[in-house]
Design a protein around this ligand. Structure first.
Ligand code: NAP
Length: 454
């Protein structure tokens, strides 16, 4: 076998990208050179921008990812945007294989009358904002007159957002939360957060661990009514076929219904079998309330589905955060399935279109491949499978020209792994000086300026 290495580009340096790089290195019997390409100067994707700032232990996975970075076969090409700084055709020319691990950076729309107002926003956007994502850093979340917030959806993102909205501000201050978001939260007169599931507690998408942590939140009344916690007939029939988490979630929600309320300054009310119907706007287009309808659940062959009962009322809320899932967005030159919001593929091999022919040398893993489901570690088996497919498809490597000089010649400031190491150390230093875990650079330019000036 030739000693000339195969060049692999992994586009997207989030968990799926790192797991794919690690799996390739582990499984390969031929020499590899792997470039992890990201449009931002920082790696780690949703570990940095999605994981809540008060979940620092989860962010500890970055240490394992950094070990992959230290492998001599791996380089970081940060601040390089596919479709902007480099095209798919160029990647095809410079690499023997490309793996798209670009995640799902968009969000699903709720599609209800009045949703276009500034007070109905996506939770995803809110999460990027409080995590100081450079593309969302200066989003205008005016919390100044927000007393009651409704969060639509009961997944783990909804629970994260409810917790951050309710949590003690001084405890948040020690994390790496955006200083802008922290200031907005400190000024916000938030009293009550409504966490709204369209189906019952047994169908909630949150993990037992997350709802338990929410219930344990200090100084916050987390509660529900016995009616909302109750198991309806369709769900009772479904329970034997339900995932393991259903019974645990149900028991945890039932326990919330039994707790006495303490009169804490902030509360989180978990509501089930309710759906937003429309947003009530005043003459200036500002939302002044949300019409909510009650649902009952109907049995189906699969999971019970919500059906409106006809009962409805208006909730006095000043902000609505829709937390109904992420969604992929198309990238120029990369096939995209608009129905699924993912890159069409067969077993991780990219196809031209759903059911279309395979594009040799192009692969996808993680949320870009399978949609926005699972925890960080769920990307690992996926990455292993794709790495196996890629390595199995390799034939003799022809020589390939390094992409970095081409990018540099066109004025792209490619951020290396060493550069990231310096940025990371500086963020930690700035944080420590303020008694925080880290203070993130708030713009790409600020990162590049720091690298040039130091
Ligand atoms: P998710 O788990 O898919 O939850 C989406 C929620 O939105 C569900 O409750 C769903 O209800 C609801 N929904 C969807 N469409 C709706 C509509 N039109 N009206 C009302 N409700 C609607 O999504 P996510 O919370 O964004 O999380 C994405 C992934 O990241 C998940 O795998 C999650 O576990 C993971 N994550 C994990 C953590 C953690 O471990 N701490 C933190 C954040 C995210 P139905 O079930 O009725 O469709």
């Amino acid at each position: 076998m030739s000693q000339r290495p195969f060049h692999v580009a992994i586009v997207g340096a989030g968990p799926a990208g790192f797991y794919t790089a690690a799996a390739l290195l582990k499984q390969a019997t031929v020499p590899l050179k792997i470039d992890l390409i990201d449009r931002l100067p920082s790696p780690y994707g949703l570990v940095r921008w999605g994981v809540a700032p008060d979940h620092q232990t989860v962010k500890g996975i970055e240490r394992a990812f950094f070990r992959t970075f230290q492998r001599p076969e791996v380089r970081f090409l940060g601040n390089v945007a596919l479709g902007h700084d480099v095209s798919v055709a160029e990647l095809q020319a410079h690499y023997h294989a490309i793996v798209y691990t670009i995640g799902n950076e968009g969000f699903r729309k709720i599609g209800l009358p009045g949703q276009q107002c500034a007070q109905v926003r996506s939770a995803t956007e809110f999460v990027f904002w409080y995590n100081d994502h450079p593309h969302h850093h200066d989003r205008d979340f005016d919390l100044g007159n927000v007393r009651r917030v409704a969060i639509i959806g009961v997944g783990n993102v909804a629970v994260d957002v409810a917790r951050i909205l309710a949590k003690d501000r001084d405890a948040l201050a020690e994390t790496d939360i955006s200083p802008l978001a922290l200031a907005a939260l400190r000024a916000a007169p938030i009293e009550e957060i409504l966490l709204m599931g369209r189906r019952g507690p047994a169908q909630a998408a949150f993990s037992p661990k997350e709802i338990r942590e929410l219930g344990d939140l200090e100084g916050v009344d987390v509660w529900t009514t016995p009616e909302d916690a109750a198991l309806d007939p369709a769900s009772a029939d479904w329970m034997p076929r339900a995932p393991k988490t259903a019974a645990r979630n149900l028991a945890l929600v039932e326990a919330l219904a039994e707790r006495p309320r303490t009169g804490a300054a902030r509360s989180i009310r978990c509501m089930f079998r309710v759906s937003p119907q429309s947003f009530v706007l005043d003459e200036n287009g500002r939302m002044v309330g949300m019409t909510v309808g009650r649902n009952r659940l109907e049995p189906t062959d699969g999971r019970p589905r919500p059906v409106p009962t006809g009962e409805s009322w208006v909730e006095d809320v000043q902000l609505v955060l829709t937390s109904i899932g992420y969604r992929g967005v198309p990238v120029e030159g990369v096939p995209f399935d608009p129905d699924a919001g993912t890159i069409p593929n067969v077993g991780g091999r990219v196809t031209d279109a759903p059911g279309g022919p395979v594009r040799p040398g192009e692969y996808t893993a993680g949320w870009a491949r399978r949609g926005p489901t699972g925890l960080i570690g769920s990307n690992r088996p996926d990455a292993k499978e794709v790495a196996g497919a890629l390595l199995g498809d390799l034939s003799a490597p022809d020589p390939r020209e390094d992409l970095v000089p081409v990018l540099s010649a066109r004025g792209v400031h490619v951020v290396s792994c060493m550069d990231w190491h310096r940025l990371d150390a500086e963020e930690r230093r700035r944080g420590a000086a303020a008694g925080r875990v880290r203070t993130k650079f708030s713009s790409i330019q600020a990162m590049l300026d720091f690298l040039e000036d130091t």
